[in-house]
Structure formats: C-alpha cells, structure tokens
Design a protein. Structure first.
Lengths: 253, 295, 295, 253
C-alpha cells in the first residue's frame, strides 16, 4: 500500500490456546520488538490494539465484540493491521518475565527471542494457562493459578515473594491492572523496581500519540506512543491500578 | 527567515503565552496531556470538543496516517460534563474549552459547565464527520450566529471554528462575527475518504473523515486570507502548520496566531522547536506581519 | 494488487481505449500534445477548457509545485474558436472538448464550434480561479442544470466537471444529472493559496488558485463516493491519481474511469506505466470493481 | 523555503550590456547547466522565462512590461526564482556558439565554462552586441551586425557560409526564430545539422511540462521540459521559424 493505510493480512491459521484465547497467525511478518503492538482492524466491526505474540501473530482473549469476531475468523479471512507501534521492552542479561492472563502475549516473544529468561505465568485456572508447553521447552517456567488447579495456589505476585528477584537484570511484566499493581508493590518491597518494565493497557483509538484517548496520569504520557512499556519507577507515582479512562475519556476506578 | 519579537499576546480576548496553540481534539482529553503541551511550549491549549452527552466515538479505524496528512473520524468521543473534573487541575492556565452541541441551547448548556474553568470557548461547528453536530450545523450561517450568541451571552470570549467544506467560508465567518464572536478559527478538517483496496471498503469505521496535516495547509491559508478580507475580528489559523515558516505564512495571510494538531505526530516537541525558530530579539512585532500579504 | 481485465470501455456514452483519461488543461492546448498523450497510453483526452473569447490567462506565477501537490491559477488561457483548427488533426481520436462560458448561451455557442470534432463535451463549471466562469457558476445547481441542458440539446454526450468547493457536491451532481448529463467528473482543483513569506505576497499572480495532485486524492475519493450514492449517471474520478492502485481506489469509490493531470509532472510516461500495472489477463471485470466499496 | 515555492533572491547589481539589455546579478548561485532557464517572478507584474547567463544572473532585453520592470530594478530589490528548468546544452569537443541578439545569454556560459569554444555574435548594430569584451578574453569571437557598424555586414547566418563548420564537434545556437531557421538551413546545407543544438523560445507559463502552453509541433514536445535545447535534426521537421503559439494558444505566423 502507498502511505500508512492498514496493511491487509490474510489469516493462515487460528490456534486455540485456551477456552477463551486464540492465536491468529498471518501471512505477513511484522518487523518489531517484543512489547510492541498493532492496531487490528476487524472489518465492519472495530479496530483494537493487540500485542504481537509472534512477529506474525496476535493472541486474542474474547472479551467483547471485536475480540469475539476475531476469534471466530477462519484461514483465508482478512484483517487490516496498522503498526507496529509503541516502544517495546528493552531486554538485557538475566530476565524474569511475569505474565498474568492474556498478558502472556507480549512476553512470549521475550522467552523465544532472548537467551536467559525465567517465566512466571498466572491464570485463573489450569485451562487458562497460556503458552505453557511452548515456554517449558525454552526456559524455566513457574505457574500460579487462582484456583490452585496448577502450580502455586494464588496470584502470580504471591510467587514472587518466595523468589530471589534481585538476581534478575531485567524484569518484564504484563497482565491485568491489579496484578501489575501487586507485582509493582512486591518489586518495590524487594527493592527491584528499577529493573522492572511493565506493558500497560489503556483505551486506544489512534495508536500514534495524537488523539489523547490513552493518556496516562500524572504526566500525560501516551501509552500508545511513549509506552506501552514503562519503567517500574515511572509507574510508582502513576494512575496504574487506581483508575483509567474509558472510550469517552471518563475515569473509571 | 522572518522571526517575531517575543511579546505578550492577546488573541480574541484571551491572553496566550505565545502564538502557538494546541488544536482541539489532539491530546486534549486529560488535564495531564494538556499540561504537558503547555509545558512543552504551547502558548495556550484547546481541549477536546465537549458535548451534551458522553460519547465513545465512532468504531475504528478512527485514524490513518497518509503520506502527507492524517485522515480521522474520531466521532467526537468526550466525557461531557465530567470533563470539569479534569479541568480542576488547570486553573489559571490558558485553556480554551472546545464545545459542541446540536443547537444553540445545547451549546449554552455545555458552556455553562465550564464557566469557572474556561478562559474562552471554541465552538466546534465544523467537525465533518459527526451527524447532527459540527459541520452539519456550521454550514448554516443562521445557526452559527445563534449558537455564537447563545454562548456569548455567558460573558466569556467565544472563538468560532469554521469548516472549509462550504461554498463560501466568509458567509459563515460573518455570521459568527454578527453573533458576537471574538475570534474565528480556520480551519477544521477537510472532508475526505480513503478506501482499503484489498478489503474493498472505506478505511475509516465511519467511512467519511476529515483530512488534516500538510495536505490542507494551502487550503487553510486560503481560508484565512478570505476571512481576513471579509471579517474584522481576529483569526486563528489552523491546518497543516508544522514549522515556524508556516506560522509566518499563516500570519501574513491574516492570522493572529495558529493552532497546531497533526504535526505533533511527527514531532511531539514541536511547540518548543517552533518557538525556538519563530522568536528572536531582532524579530518583527507581530502586528507588522499579520495580514501583510494583503498589501 | 487488484488488476482489471482489458476490455472495450464506454464511459458516459464515450468509447475510450482504457480507463485512463488526460485531465482538462494539462498538455491540452495543441493537437500534437494531445496526440502524444494518446500515443503514450491515455484512453482518451480532454482538451484545455475553451471559452467564448481568447484569453491569455492570469499574470504569473501561474503554477508552483508543492511537496505533495500543485497549486495553479492559469486563468483559463485558451484560443477560443480558433481551437477547431487544432482539432482538425484529431478526427477519429477519443477527444473530449472541455468548454466554459458565463451562462448557458455561451456554453452552447462554444460547444457549437466543435460539433464535428468532439466525441463529447466536458463542461468546466468548476475552475476555482476565473471570475465569472467555472466555480462561480458551478456552485449554483440551477445554472449547472441550465448549462447542461443548453449543451445537451446539441445531441452529443455531455460530461459535467464538478468543483469540490461547495457545501454539498451531490446537489450539483444531481442538477447536472437533471440537466441530462451523461457523466459527472469529480473533481476540479481545491481552492487554495500559498504565500511567499520573503516577498510578503501570495505566490500566484491571481493570489488564489487551485490545489491538485496527491494532496487532494482523499478529497476526490470522498466526492466520488458521495456522488455514487446520490446520482445514477457514470462518474469519472479526478484528483491526485498517480498509480494503478489509485485508479482501483477511485473505481471502488464509484468511478468508471479516471482523469489524470498533475501526476504527469513526476512521470510523463505515467499513462503507459499505469496501463502496465492496471491490466492483466486474470484481472477483474471493471463492473465488479466500480462502486464495490459501497457494499 | 519548504517545497517548490519560488526561491527569493536579492539583486546584487545590474550591469547595462547595451541600450536595451541589462544583466541582473543575484545573491544566489543556481547550480545549473548552460542552456537551462529559470522562471523569474517580478513581484506584482508577471513571471517570465529567462536563461541563466551566469549561474547567478540573467540578461534581460526590454521588450514589454515584465522585462522593462526587471531592467529598472535596483540592488536590494527582490525577485522570485523557480527552477532551473529544462535540459541545457550537451557540450563536447570543439564547440561553435552562434548567438543572435539576447540569444547570447544562454551561450555566454558555454564560452566561460568550456575550454575550446569559438563564438559568433550577431546583433542589430555595434551598440547591441552582447558580451563582446568578456568573450574576447576567452575565445575567438566573430561578429555580424545588420547595419555593418561592426564586423560582418549582414546576418550571423551569413558568416557561417564562409566558415569550416564541419570542424566543430558541437554547434550551439540561440537567437531570434528567423535567425535560428537560417542557421539551421545553412548547417543543413553544410551537412552539419547532426552536431547542432538550438535553444528555443516559446510562450511559457508553468515551466515544468504540465500546462501545455509551450508545446511544439509536430510531436507536442514541451519546450520547457523536453527543451529548451533541441537537436538540429529534430528541428528540421518542426514548426521552428514557421509559427508559434501565443499566450492564448493561438498560432502566430
Ligand atoms: C497495547 C495493548 C495491547 C493489547 N494486547 C492484547 C493482546 O495481546 N491480547 C488481547 O486479548 N488483548 C489485548 N489488549 C486488550 C484488547 O485491546 C481489548 O481486549 C480489546 O480492545 C477489546 O475489544 P472488544 O471489542 O472485544 O471488547 P469491548 O466490548 O469493546 O471492550 C471490552 C473491554 O476492552 C477494553 N477495550 C475495548 N476497546 C479497546 C481499545 N480500543 N483499546 C484498549 N482497550 C479497549 C475496554 O477496557 C473494554 O471495557 C491490548 C490492549 C492494549 C492497549
Ligand atoms: C527558455 C527561454 C529563455 C529565455 N531567455 C531570455 C533571456 O535570457 N533574456 C531575455 O531577454 N529574454 C529571454 N526570453 C524571452 C523572455 O521570456 C521574454 O522576452 C519575456 O517573457 C517578455 O516579457 P514582457 O512582459 O517583458 O513582454 P510582453 O509584452 O509580455 O511580451 C513580449 C513578447 O515576449 C514573449 N513573451 C512574453 N511572455 C512570455 C512568456 N511567459 N514566455 C515566453 N515568451 C514570452 C512573447 O513573444 C511576447 O510577444 C526567454 C524565453 C524563453 C522561453
Ligand atoms: C485526531 C484528531 C482529533 C480532532 N478532534 C477535534 C475536535 O474534537 N474538535 C475540533 O474542533 N477539531 C478536532 N480536530 C481538528 C483539529 O483541531 C484541526 O482543526 C485539524 O486537524 C487541522 O489542523 P492540523 O492540520 O494542525 O491537525 C481533530 C483532529 C485530529 C487529527
Ligand atoms: C496546470 C493545470 C491546468 C488546468 N486547467 C484546467 C482547465 O482548463 N479546465 C479544467 O476543467 N480543469 C483544469 N485543471 C484541473 C485538472 O483538470 C484536474 O481537475 C485537477 O488538476 C485535479 O486532477 P490532478 O490532481 O490529477 O491534477 C487544470 C489543472 C492544472 C494542474
Ligand atoms: S491512542 Fe491516540 S494518543 Fe494514544
Ligand atoms: S510552460 Fe507549461 S508545459 Fe511548458
């Protein structure tokens, strides 16, 4: 395509990762860093932000209209892709990846593309554990489930309590807002916030830092452009886990 | 290059810190992002357009970047009355609240919510892609006049932002002036569309959108020039401004200041950069420049 | 990329050799240059607009190249009736004669001069920078209808070329259709201006001009899309087309063919190049593409 | 300036070359080939094509409104310049330059910038001879005047009759239409047309090959873009010396 119109990709295959999550592979590889995201246009429905879980795939949790349509698409169907956008993770040295739910999507590539990674995955239950088999081949994986059906019984932040967090040069985190808040707290407690990077979710419309729908307090950073990855230190004084703004820009707590 | 002497500036009854103003709808939904623009050098900021009801905006895609511009149909997403919570944090800052409504009463109602917070109102009678609002109102001189009067009666400066998608922009400018407007802002986006050929459908969720950025700069300069000849209130130029040269060109066409939106995409530090290039000790007084291309 | 199967094409009652037509006013004053465009791959050519009197055009500068478009105010220079000498050399070629006038009678008079030479007439009711002509007429639906009727009565196909500088282009399109037009051409240039800041004056001799080229492509696509919904005669897309992709996009918006002007500046062999990219054995039939983005 | 708006130049000095011709020097050097031209914007008046007689100058003959204004401009005054446009001359080997009247303007640089050039200048009378003193310093110069007040009495084409034209690798010509036609005829007669290049004048508005006002028969070449320099062979079958089109596009004979 000339200029910045969405790149149209054809779906090659759809892999069910869990009862609510599928990975959708395209016929196009996007040169990108782990942690970068794309705006995925589901024709006739909407356009939504999604991490690239592989350079040629997204991993989608069904939560509403667009994600449900996405998950029901078939090989040969077409999507529009804008991006990759955002900054992505900066990874060096011994790395700990901490994923909650579909937050595993941007972190999978960290394990696949970097040499020295340990992985913590949290999920509601064993069925919802994402990428467990793939990760197990690549690195040491520890698991937490809310209902105890696999691994540690409890939240993933709980796992951290018993771990030597200070030995990691880089800690990358993605998951639900409250999970990230607890991890942030725990890392602060263990004096490891300075090594931590969190990938945030905020309501996004443009993806390029213009429309202001993803702006983040206190300093008005654009999660789409200045993020979605922010340092733990930056987040300590932020709105993370306290509130976010919805599509209208109204704060939700 | 022609530069300006830095001096206190008042445009359309609003004291602004310099001639560069953040355009409506760009990074304008949070107090924090508005403040960030002020800190990075904007002389004043216009908020996202606020309307009578909260709106989530159109389905996506809402925006695509083109080679020489930006095409958007956000659909006026806005938090409505709740926006006054945000503005609490911006008291004493040069904040112009952009508002929209479907009729004069709605304009007045929305304006009323921000009576203690707005330095001025900017009336969005020009958004080309929200049915019942914006340009659907702003193409009718009588309605524009009535909306201006309705807001003006609240005793604050009123700027009226015009659409270029009309046969004669001066007729709308004059209607705003007749309604008591303190300034005209020209222009909002130019109605446009792109189609994704592989998907065989318009690329915006709303099909139609508005073109902004470099592509429309010559259209904006033309509108400012026409309005300067036809009206006697101050004009704020808007559309494709991305450099200090562009600011000077808009001012020569007749603008007392400019609003900047799309160009922040290529350069988030643009306000700062333009300020550096635009102002100097040896510069012209802005009055020597405004409208000088009409000689 | 989407391609088209090559097949005989008839657009608006004119047999053209392919979907690409030379736009009015570009290399259109001499038989020799029109022929050159046909030889280099144009499916048909539209002549320079011819009017009731010879005109030398506006004082210069008449044209400046911008980053993403061309700004011109030629001022409708034309040899008037004498142009029929030129056309002698083009009998049997697909030549559409662009004409203008100040009223229906003048349109009919000018058309009459070329009764034996034109395959069709294109009515220029859309040039934004010639006082008394062009867009000054083309913004009024009643006059557009009357001019169309006046020329149509001569029994040849009539295409009406529309200006985007109106509040509602579909009203003008419908007026042309009511007047008996065989096709609509959208769009002429977008009214615009640039100022030379060092010289402190508008850069065009005529001050105001028309913007063409890439910058206006999204505006042209939008106009074609709107007209396709509102009118039922064929549409020819024009404005910023510079590649086979652009042709497909215009056709998806609703155009049966396109006219190309400014892009010949960057590439004089453009017709040939687009033909090579646009047509293939495995291509779609054009009827499958025209308007398909409206589904 | 961003994009293609006219470059604004300030006049440094104006040199009177003859009673009707002046050279105007700018503060700006335009990188260009001899034979290329610029569109000169005389603010408030018009824009007209002019050869660059030096990389930073034009040489103007007063013939009408714009040229008269130009000639009356003073150091410090400003002009707008678009270009350089057109193809320019291709020069190699032993070169003969043949100038008639203000046609000397594009040819001066041939003498100044190339090593092995002989020059013929024609003018109405001695006073109207252009660049004679400068040229004399650089190369062998022969002169023809219509009234015989200097050099050969007659047209410059007459001079050619007595010259060994075949010894030149390149012959470049610029002057009034009829003069160029006669030179073309004479070169044809002497079998030297294949080495000759002529710089043409046609009415120009855009300068970039779009508007069509400079188109040239029989093949519709744009003098502004495909020229202004054309080969002698090309011109043999052309409108040269027969007719041209005026500002309205009407043929004048
Ligand atoms: C940078 C980023 C990366 C993401 N990566 C992934 C991923 O890899 N996998 C995944 O399953 N999900 C991801 N998400 C979340 C995903 O974008 C939302 O789940 C999706 O937009 C929901 O759309 P919907 O129409 O299905 O649901 P809706 O019914 O429209 O909304 C459900 C909830 O999703 C959120 N949401 C809706 N639209 C948006 C939007 N435009 N921007 C942000 N949030 C929205 C809202 O909180 C809303 O309440 C990511 C979000 C962001 C910001
Ligand atoms: C490529 C080129 C290079 C030239 N170089 C020189 C030069 O170096 N020195 C010089 O003195 N003259 C040069 N000329 C001729 C010069 O452009 C005209 O003399 C000038 O345009 C006259 O303008 P005016 O307003 O003074 O005269 P007008 O009164 O407008 O016209 C006088 C005559 O000049 C010609 N003319 C007018 N306008 C134009 C135009 N836009 N384009 C072409 N011809 C025009 C017409 O034949 C007209 O009859 C050149 C022309 C061309 C095409
Ligand atoms: C993403 C985006 C959102 C916009 N939202 C609004 C808005 O809410 N109200 C408004 O009056 N104009 C809005 N505009 C128009 C701009 O304020 C401005 O008039 C236009 O973009 C032209 O200026 P620019 O070229 O500098 O961007 C928006 C523009 C963009 C790109
Ligand atoms: C130099 C120039 C001259 C033009 N002259 C005419 C004209 O005489 N009549 C007309 O209807 N349109 C004229 N136009 C407009 C074009 O035909 C066309 O509508 C416009 O340029 C948009 O198409 P483009 O972007 O492909 O150039 C002219 C455009 C240019 C650039
Ligand atoms: S999504 Fe628009 S600024 Fe981030
Ligand atoms: S001057 Fe316009 S084509 Fe040559």
């Amino acid at each position: 395509m000339p200029d910045g119109l969405p790149t149209v990709v054809t779906i090659r295959c759809v892999v069910e990762e869990s009862p609510t999550v599928s990975t959708i592979f395209f016929d196009t590889v996007f040169s990108s860093k782990p942690g970068q995201f794309v705006m995925v246009w589901v024709p006739g429905i909407d356009e939504i932000p999604m991490a690239l879980s592989y350079p040629d795939a997204i991993t989608v949790q069904r939560v509403g209209d667009a994600t449900t349509h996405l998950a029901s698409m078939k090989p040969g169907d077409k999507l529009g892709i804008r991006g990759p956008f955002g900054n992505g993770f900066s990874i060096s040295g011994k790395t700990l990846a901490i994923a909650g739910g579909v937050g595993a999507a941007p972190l999978l590539r960290v394990a696949l593309e970097f040499p020295d990674v340990d992985f913590l995955i949290g999920a509601r239950n064993e069925d919802e554990l994402l990428f467990f088999r793939i990760l197990r081949e690549r690195c040491s994986v520890r698991v937490a489930t809310d209902d105890g059906s696999a691994g540690f019984h409890g939240f993933v932040a709980g796992l951290l309590k018993e771990m030597p967090v200070e030995k990691y040069d880089t800690i990358v985190v993605c998951g639900p807002e409250q999970m990230m808040r607890s991890v942030l707290k725990e890392l602060e407690f263990q004096n490891s916030v300075h090594n931590a990077q969190f990938s945030l979710h905020r309501y996004m419309k443009c993806g390029i830092g213009l429309c202001g729908s993803c702006c983040f307090d206190p300093d008005g950073a654009c999660v789409c452009r200045d993020g979605p990855v922010f340092s733990g230190e930056y987040l300590l004084q932020s709105e993370l886990g306290k509130y976010h703004r919805n599509a209208s820009g109204i704060k939700e707590f | 290059m022609i530069t300006l002497k830095k001096s206190p500036v008042r445009i359309g009854e609003v004291s602004v810190r310099n001639h560069l103003i953040l355009a409506a709808g760009v990074l304008g939904t949070c107090a924090s992002s508005l403040l960030r623009m002020l800190q990075s050098g904007a002389g004043a900021v216009v908020t996202k357009s606020i309307g009578p009801e909260p709106r989530p905006g159109h389905a996506g895609p809402c925006l695509v970047v083109l080679e020489d511009g930006i095409l958007n149909a956000m659909g006026l997403p806005n938090p409505s009355a709740r926006f006054s919570d945000e503005l609490e944090k911006l008291s004493n800052e040069p904040v112009i609240v952009s508002i929209f409504g479907g009729n004069p009463d709605q304009f007045a109602e929305v304006a009323g919510w921000f009576a203690n917070q707005a330095q001025a109102y900017e009336l969005n009678v020009s958004c080309p892609h929200a049915s019942g609002y914006g340009a659907q109102i702003g193409t009718n001189p009588d309605i524009v006049k009535a909306c201006t009067e309705a807001v003006k009666s609240q005793g604050k400066p009123v700027w009226v932002k015009l659409t270029p998608n009309v046969t004669d922009i001066t007729a709308i400018g004059q209607a705003a002036e007749d309604g008591g407007a303190d300034a005209l802002v020209a222009i909002n986006t130019v109605k446009a569309m792109r189609i994704s050929t592989p998907l065989k459908r318009p690329v915006l969720g709303n099909k139609f959108g508005g073109l902004s950025g470099k592509a429309i700069f010559p259209v904006a300069v033309r509108c400012v020039y026409e309005l300067y000849d036809a009206c006697s209130i101050p004009i704020v130029g808007c559309g494709g401004v991305s450099s200090a040269e562009d600011v000077i060109e808009m001012m020569m066409a007749g603008a007392q200041g400019v609003e900047i939106g799309s160009a922040l995409y290529s350069n988030p530090d643009l306000f700062q950069n333009i300020c550096r290039d635009l102002y100097s000790e040896e510069g012209y007084h802005w009055k020597e420049i405004v409208g000088c291309a009409h000689a």
